[in-house]
Design a protein around this ligand. Structure first.
Ligand code: PLP
Length: 296
């Protein structure tokens, strides 16, 4: 069985006029062969959306949450609404084609398509995951970087697309290079008015006493599928959970911090801006075991 799988969607959006209704919903094709036009706006302008979904034991994790977020991102970008039944079918079929057992991931991409054509481009790509055991066990060091937007940017300036999972991740990669220049592994964004936001590919979760918190949505950050499952895990242990706006100072005063995301799952934060922090290795290991086995 292959290590990577690619399905091209023939009907990525529910707009019947834009697609051939008789075409199969998707077609498997060779992942090693180029498939996207150089004129595709996803390529030339990063104009599109994506999701990255963990696969464990041959099943996608938090699939419905990911699909809802995909649809919400499309709405924020004024893209045609994705046909979620078609996407769900393609995701499950791609996973079925993949070598079973190993931790894997599926990426869904929908772009605005070729300029002037009016039809979105869509594909589902699935592959085996890298080994994240070291980061999960030993943690990551982070630096706090100013994102340059206020925490209420989503309300004041929706055209900046904060809160959507758009393809424009050049900034999210640039900040990792800045982290590396500062001798750190990862980043936590802070709003220009001084509130903790999220990582470039992760949500921030932290523990204070018997409660687990996250900065929450509506502040220009993603509605994290892993964060939602971390809360489920915490609640199953009798811990309380909640969302709050917090400052870097309050984050520093918390008992433990994690960056959580699909695929890499929960990694403890072992230093912030050069200040070492204690990590809770035992809790993190149990949390990751639970996350690997959960499918909501
Ligand atoms: N925030 C950003 C900016 C992300 O890119 C991601 C995931 O890639 C997340 C948060 C975490 O989301 P999830 O847990 O659904 O993967």
């Amino acid at each position: 069985m292959p290590h990577e799988v690619l399905a091209l969607l023939n009907r990525p959006s529910g707009d019947a006029a834009a697609h051939d209704a008789n075409a199969p919903a998707f077609t498997f094709t060779d992942a090693a062969t180029p498939q996207v036009s150089v004129l595709d706006l996803g390529v030339s302008r990063g104009d599109g959306i994506f999701e990255t979904i963990s696969v464990g034991h041959g099943k996608p994790q938090a699939l419905e949450h990911h699909l809802q977020r995909f649809a919400r991102s499309a709405a924020i970008l004024d893209l045609p609404a994705p046909d979620l039944d078609v996407w769900r079918q393609a995701i499950l079929a791609a996973i079925d084609e993949l070598e079973p057992g190993a931790e894997s991931w599926v990426k869904t991409v929908m772009t605005r398509g070729i300029e002037g054509d009016g039809r979105p481009t869509g594909w589902v790509y699935a592959a085996q995951s890298a080994d994240f055991s070291r980061a999960r066990a030993e943690g990551v060091s982070v630096v706090l970087l100013d994102r340059g937007y206020r925490h209420d940017v989503e309300q004041t300036s929706p055209w900046l697309l904060q809160g959507a999972k758009s393809l424009s991740y050049a900034v999210n990669r640039a900040v990792l290079r800045e982290a590396s220049r500062r001798g750190a592994d990862d980043v936590v964004f802070v709003s220009s008015d001084g509130f903790v936001l999220e990582g470039p590919t992760s949500s921030v979760v932290y523990r204070r006493g018997d409660a687990i918190y996250s900065p929450g949505t509506g502040i220009g950050i993603l509605d994290g599928t892993t964060q939602a499952n971390v809360f489920r895990y915490a609640e199953s242990l009798g811990l309380s959970t909640g969302f709050e706006l917090l400052t870097p100072q309050q984050l520093a005063e918390s008992d433990a911090i994690w960056l959580v995301s699909s695929v890499r799952l929960a990694v403890p934060v072992r230093a912030v801006d050069g200040a070492d922090r204690r990590i809770d290795a035992e809790f993190t290991a149990s949390l990751n075991d639970w996350l690997k086995a959960v499918f909501v």
